[in-house]
Each structure stands twice: as C-alpha cells, then as structure tokens.
Write a new protein. Structure first.
Length: 260
C-alpha cells in the first residue's frame, strides 16, 4: 500500500500539470481568436461606406421623389462604424415614399425617416394653407401621362371658350392658372390613345384651389413639366386666337387684341 501512494500522487500531480498546460493552451488560442476578430472588426468599422445625408432641412410630408430630384441630400463617405441602422445608400429607395418626420441638415437618411406614400398619407404632406385636389381624368397628351411622376412640378394651363365672344368669332382663351405645382399622385394606369384611368392629385394653395377646379370643370387642362432643378420664373400667359401671332415686344404680326 505504501508503494502505491507515490505512484498515485505522481499521477495526480502530472494530471494536474497536464490539465493546467491544456487550459493555458486553450486560453492562448481563444485570446488569439479574439484578437484576430477584434482587429478584423476594427478594420471593418473603419472602412469607408457611402450614405445619403440631408443637405438642408427636409420637412415632414416631403415626397421621396422630391428629395431625390431636388438635391435635398448629399452622397457622403463615412466610416462603416458610424453608419446608422437602416441607412439609405441608394436614392432609388426613396421613390414611392414620403418623409415621416423632419430631417435635419447633415442627418443620415434612414428607412425609419420615410414611409409609403399611400393615398391615406396625402394629408401628412399638407401643412397650414396647402390643399390636395384631384382633377378629372386627363388624356395622355394633356396630362403628360407616363412622363409626369409623383413629386414632379408642373405649370398648369387652362383653355376656355370666351363667353363674351362676338357672334361668329368663337374666341378661345388659353392662360396660365398656376405655376410650380407639385404632383402628389398620378393615375394608376395608362391606356395609350385613351383617357387616363385615375386622377392626378395636386398640391395647391387653398386660395387658388377654386380657380383650378373651375378651369377643370369648364375647360381643358394642360400640364407643362418643369425642370427638376434650376427652373426660372416666367410671365403668365394669356393667349387667344386674336393675339396668337402677336409675338414678343412687336416681333411677329400683331392682330386685334395683340399684346406681349
């Protein structure tokens, strides 16, 4: 029995040492894996990525299309570690959306800042004295079907018969009704050569809505598409079949009712 004790003690001691060495080796391996993972994460978080950042205040209710087409954002490169959750990196993701809350300058655009521009969301795009009105269906030519999209801006013209025309003259008047009007919604489907299925919904000042509605009910409406950026002002048009060829400032042939 006494001869067995040293042997057992030796084995127990060797086992303890072996276990200790194994634990040390395992700890070293885990440390190396951690350090490698840490270096990789640090390197990855410092890699530059592009993100869309607001260039100025974008008010709640602004359409995503307007954000994309009116240079309301800048494409900025930042370290990956500073990228916000849901950050938008492609302006194409803004179409069909509307800003859910005010977005401030230098703020990253994220999916949480936008929501679907469904019909029920139109009211959120209006403030104070702005109103949304729907026009009767327009044919493809008058409404620029297929060319005008939600968020675009147009000038609106109307043609009406002149009720005070002398007998036999049948004078028609084409004039500017409103300029720089935002399209909130477009028709749902388009049939070439036929009336457009659905309505255009326009954003207009409340005091101008009656003028546009009267023109839509009593005459023909025309849309003229404005540039996405850099559009300049223009003088209101007032054209009849009496001054059509008057030209500008004496250029061209002036007839009765001629003018600038």
């Amino acid at each position: 029995m006494e001869n067995l004790l040293p042997s057992r003690w030796l084995k127990t001691r060797q086992g303890t040492i072996a276990v200790g060495i194994g634990a040390a080796v395992l700890a070293a391996i885990l440390l190396l894996v951690y350090l490698r993972s840490y270096r990789s994460s640090v390197k990855g978080s410092s890699e530059p990525v592009t993100v869309l950042v607001a260039s100025r205040l974008i008010p709640k209710g602004t359409s995503g299309t307007a954000v994309a087409t009116k240079n309301l954002f800048e494409v900025t490169s930042i370290p990956k570690g500073q990228l916000k959750f849901g950050a938008i990196t492609d302006s194409g993701a803004l179409r069909g959306t509307v800003v859910a809350n005010d977005i401030y300058p230098s703020q990253q655009l994220t999916s949480a800042d936008f929501r679907s521009a469904a019909a029920g969301a139109l009211a959120s795009q209006l403030t104070t004295t702005w109103r949304a009105i729907a026009l009767p269906p327009l044919d493809a030519a008058h409404g620029l079907a297929g060319a005008v999209q939600t968020g675009d801006h147009v000038d609106v013209y109307a043609q009406l018969d002149d009720a005070n025309s002398p007998a036999g003259l049948n004078i028609k008047t084409l004039a500017t009704v409103l300029r720089d009007v935002e399209i909130l919604a477009t028709p749902t489907s388009i049939t070439p050569g036929a009336a457009v299925s659905g309505n255009y919904v326009l954003k207009v000042p409340s005091d101008q809505a009656p003028r546009l509605l009267y023109a839509a009910d009593n005459g023909k409406i025309w849309f003229v598409l404005r540039p996405a950026n850099g559009a300049r002002g223009s003088h209101p048009a007032f054209v009849t079949n009496l001054n059509l060829f008057a030209g500008r400032r004496g250029q061209g042939h002036v007839t009765l009712g001629g003018g600038d």
